[in-house]
Structure formats: structure tokens, C-alpha cells
Design a protein around this ligand. Structure first.
Ligand SMILES: Cc1cc2nc3c(=O)[nH]c(=O)nc-3n(C[C@H](O)[C@H](O)[C@H](O)COP(=O)(O)O)c2cc1C
Length: 453
């Protein structure tokens, strides 16, 4: 392989024996396309993923599929719990989703999650968490989330079982693998943080105890889906003083490597500091954030420094996927040339341009292929802090809207500002009002084709 080759198009063999066709992975993005009445995948999911598979990314990771329907991240999530394995009709919907992804020979991975204390008011009046620590968000946004209560040991055992059953569903449905979501402040990620996990039982108190839940789930799922891909998404850190640190993350990674997982996806941040989306760490009130390094922010890909540390410590035994900020093919290719990581995770660019992967694969290594980010937040009639949380944070209404357009068979368009404004209001409303009750904006969603009448 010459230094000038386009490494993006080279396949990658994983420890389980599966081969990823190229180095581009569509990272998990919650689709908000399920009907809240059933939380099942539907034809919109199939159309969206078939389009991404056609668009060239060798591997597609679904948006988080929730293992417990009581603690969704949005009323519009797909929930594994919505399916009983003895119910062929519901299982068939998951099978259709897997088939849509594999149609263009893409590898299909389901991301399994539990929203924990980041489950909004519209979903639950009593979110659960390792300890009763409320989310701290600026500009009144914190009101979207109720104060959580600490989980009992029986509930912890139940969560472990739910992950295992959900992994079994993915296997039965014909997916190629499973990714455990342990990033961005959701349940398993919050479990690792000393700021949220203040337990004094066997699941908290020391870094080793805080990581017990994640490692138990990984071990159990590994047994359950032997021969399939098992990946983990982990924060490099929470970017909060006293939170989950890079050192602790490296220690967790060592254990994951010893468990022979297939690849590790590196991200960072939580709803409180949205580092995963390139938002710098700012104090949101009482908690002081660890500033995201200027160099990290300035660089296109947010977590390459940390990936380099992981590679220095563990060599290339553990395949790494780095997600967040990639926009130019030349930068991606250079990082692959330096063996900083093996897989490039792409999220928002594939909403803006579903063909971006294809263009990257065809790229001549001396020319660049890039996607342009849109500055779409300036018009939002809210304070700067809240705007950051809404638009640059974890789940932006803008990208949800683009996914809805692709799912409806349309070309994604970023031009209709009024539509985007409407969607932002809709999004906030849907975090607060249960769609099963009287959400005043439900008709808007129906009109936009997000929901059935
Ligand atoms: C609309 C939207 C939904 C997201 N949903 C998820 C999710 O379900 N699970 C997850 O791990 N990350 C999720 N993310 C984070 C992305 O996977 C990714 O880490 C982040 O967008 C940074 O990558 P990018 O710069 O390529 O967009 C989401 C991001 C967006 C924009």
C-alpha cells in the first residue's frame, strides 16, 4: 500500500471473523421515527437505512434501540422490549430493518441503550440513575428532565437481563452485531461517572465497582451472540471536573480489550457538556466543566488525541472507531495512514449528504472530498446557552428533520428555515409532553409526515 493510497476503501477484519467492507461507519443517530404507540421499526426506518447503505458506508449502526420502554430517550424511539421473541409479526419488522441495511452489502449493527436519567419528562416522571443526581442544564432546559431516583439492586439485575434479551432479538432478526451504548451520559455511561454514581454497594465507590455493570453486560452479551460483532461506544471523558476521566476511560478500555470485543467507538461528553458534537466545555452552573482542549476543538476530528493515547497503550490489537467532527476525506485518510484508528464514524454529514460515503470511497488521494456543515442556529429565539444545548447538543432537531426527509424518500434539504424552526419547537414539546396524552404539536408531526394520522 503506498502512502498516497485511499485507505478509506480498504476492508477490515474483526476479531469475531466478520469483515467490514470499508472504513466508513454510519454512527448511531436516534431516528425519532417510531410510532409512540408501538415503538417498533417501520417502513421509514427501512427506507432511511437502505438509502444510507446505498450511499456507501460499509457499516451502519442504528440509532439507539432502547432495552426498556419505560426509559426511552424519546417517545419516538424503537424499543427492543416492544418485541416478544415468540411474536413473529413484530420480529418480522426487525428482520425487515436488518434486510434493508444488508441490501447493499452493508454490515448491520444495532445500538442498544437505556436513557437513564436522560429520559425526558414526556417519557417518564421518574427516571432512574445510579444515584439521585439531577441533570444540570442551562436556560431552563433542565426542566425537561425530572430528578432521577437511584436504582435498586433488583432493577440492576433486570437491566442486565434486558440487554441480554435485546441482543438475542438482534441475533434472531439477522443483524450482524450489537453495539452497547456507554457514552453521552445515558445509563451505562452515567454509571461510570463519580459525579452521578455515588453508590456504596458493589456497583459504586471505586472505578472498578463503577465499571462492574458495563463489564457484566459485555460478558453476558458476548456469550449470547458468539460469532456476531460486539462493539462498545465509550466516552474518552465526560469533560467535567470530577467526572469520568481519560485515565479511567483507558482503564475501562483495557478491560474491554481483554474481553476481546470487536471494536471500540470513542466519543465524549454528556447532555451537560456536549463534547460529542464539538461543543466546548462551559460551566453550566454549579458544576465546572473541564474545558475541551483548544487543539481538540480546532481539529476536525474531536477525539483523535485520545485515540492516539489508546493506540500507544494497547497497540492496534483493539480496532478503534473515532466519531465526531470528520468532514474532509484528506483528514480521514491521513488519520488512517497514521494508524491512529481503523474506522471513521460519520453521523451528521450523512444526514446532510447521504452520498458522502460513496464520494469518499471514490476519492483520489490527492484531492479532497468534503461535506459542508450548516450554521443553522443563529435564528433560534433563545439565549446562547440554550441554543448550544438545542442545536449543537446531542440530538439536533435539524438532523432529525433531515433524516425524516430521507425516510420519506425525499432529498434532504437544509433550505426551509421556517420548517426547521417549527421542528425545533416540536422537538422541545416532545421532550415535555407525552404524545400519548395531549401534545399540542402532534398534528404538526402528522402534517410533516413524521407520524400516522
Ligand atoms: C440527531 C442525532 C442523533 C444522535 N443519536 C445518537 C444515538 O442514538 N446514539 C449515539 O451513540 N450517538 C448519537 N448521536 C451522536 C453521534 O453518533 C455522533 O457521536 C455525533 O453526532 C458526532 O459525530 P458527527 O460530527 O459525525 O456528527 C446523535 C447525533 C445526532 C446529530
Amino acid at each position: 500500500m503506498t502512502a498516497s493510497a485511499n485507505l478509506i476503501s480498504t476492508p477490515l477484519s474483526l476479531p469475531c471473523g466478520k469483515i467490514l467492507p470499508n472504513r466508513l461507519v454510519k454512527a448511531a443517530m436516534t431516528e425519532w421515527l417510531a410510532d409512540p404507540a408501538d415503538n417498533l421499526p417501520n417502513e421509514k426506518h427501512c427506507r432511511l437505512y437502505a438509502e444510507w447503505a446505498r450511499g456507501g458506508a460499509g457499516t451502519l449502526i442504528t440509532g439507539n434501540v432502547l432495552v426498556d420502554r419505560r426509559y426511552l430517550e424519546s417517545p419516538y424511539n424503537v424499543a427492543a422490549e416492544a418485541v416478544d421473541l415468540d411474536d413473529p409479526e413484530r420480529l418480522a419488522l426487525f428482520k425487515q430493518w436488518a434486510t434493508a441495511i444488508r441490501k447493499h452489502n452493508a454490515v448491520s449493527i444495532v445500538q442498544l441503550g437505556h436513557a437513564g436519567r436522560q429520559s425526558p419528562r414526556s417519557v417518564t416522571s421518574e427516571p432512574v440513575s445510579p444515584s439521585a443526581v439531577k441533570i444540570n442544564l442551562p436556560g431552563g432546559a433542565g426542566g425537561v428532565f425530572k430528578k432521577p431516583r437511584a436504582m435498586t439492586e433488583a432493577e440492576i439485575e433486570d437491566v442486565i437481563e434486558r440487554y441480554v434479551v435485546a441482543a438475542r432479538l438482534c441475533k434472531e432478526a439477522g443483524f450482524d452485531g450489537v453495539q452497547i451504548h456507554s457514552a453521552h451520559g445515558y445509563l451505562l455511561s452515567s454509571w461510570l461517572s463519580p459525579l452521578v454514581n455515588m453508590r456504596t454497594d458493589k456497583y459504586g465507590g471505586t472505578p472498578e465497582k463503577r465499571r462492574l455493570l458495563l463489564l457484566t453486560i459485555v460478558r453476558r452479551i458476548k456469550q449470547e451472540i458468539s460469532g456476531m460483532i460486539l462493539a462498545i461506544k465509550l466516552n474518552s471523558s465526560d469533560f467535567q471536573k470530577g467526572g469520568f476521566s481519560e485515565q479511567e476511560s483507558l482503564d475501562v478500555i483495557e478491560e474491554l480489550k481483554n474481553l476481546n470485543i470487536d471494536f471500540l467507538e470513542i466519543s465524549g461528553g454528556t447532555y451537560e457538556v456536549a463534547a460529542m458534537a464539538g461543543v466546548e466545555g462551559e460551566p453550566s452552573s454549579t458544576q465546572v466543566a473541564e474545558p475541551v482542549r483548544k487543539s481538540t476543538r480546532a481539529r476536525e476530528a474531536y477525539f483523535v488525541d485520545f485515540a492516539r493515547q489508546v493506540t500507544m497503550r494497547f497497540g492496534s490489537q483493539l480496532p478503534l472507531m473515532v466519531t465526531g467532527g470528520w468532514r474532509s476525506g484528506l483528514t480521514m485518510n491521513a488519520a488512517l495512514q497514521q494508524s491512529t484508528m481503523q474506522l471513521i464514524g460519520l453521523a451528521r454529514p450523512l444526514c446532510i449528504d447521504p452520498d458522502f460515503a460513496q464520494r469518499l470511497l471514490a476519492m483520489h488521494p490527492s484531492e479532497d472530498v468534503a461535506v459542508v456543515d450548516h450554521k443553522i442556529d443563529a435564528w433560534l429565539p433563545v439565549g446562547q446557552e440554550l441554543r448550544k444545548t438545542l442545536m449543537l447538543g446531542l440530538i439536533s432537531p435539524f438532523h432529525i428533520a433531515l433524516m425524516a426527509q430521507i425516510a420519506a424518500g425525499k432529498k434532504p434539504s437544509t433550505n426551509d428555515i421556517n420548517l426547521m424552526k417549527l421542528l425545533t419547537v416540536d422537538m422541545v414539546a416532545n421532550m415535555i409532553y407525552s404524545p400519548r396524552r395531549s401534545n399540542p404539536l402532534r398534528t404538526v408531526r402528522q402534517w410533516l409526515g413524521f407520524e400516522r394520522e
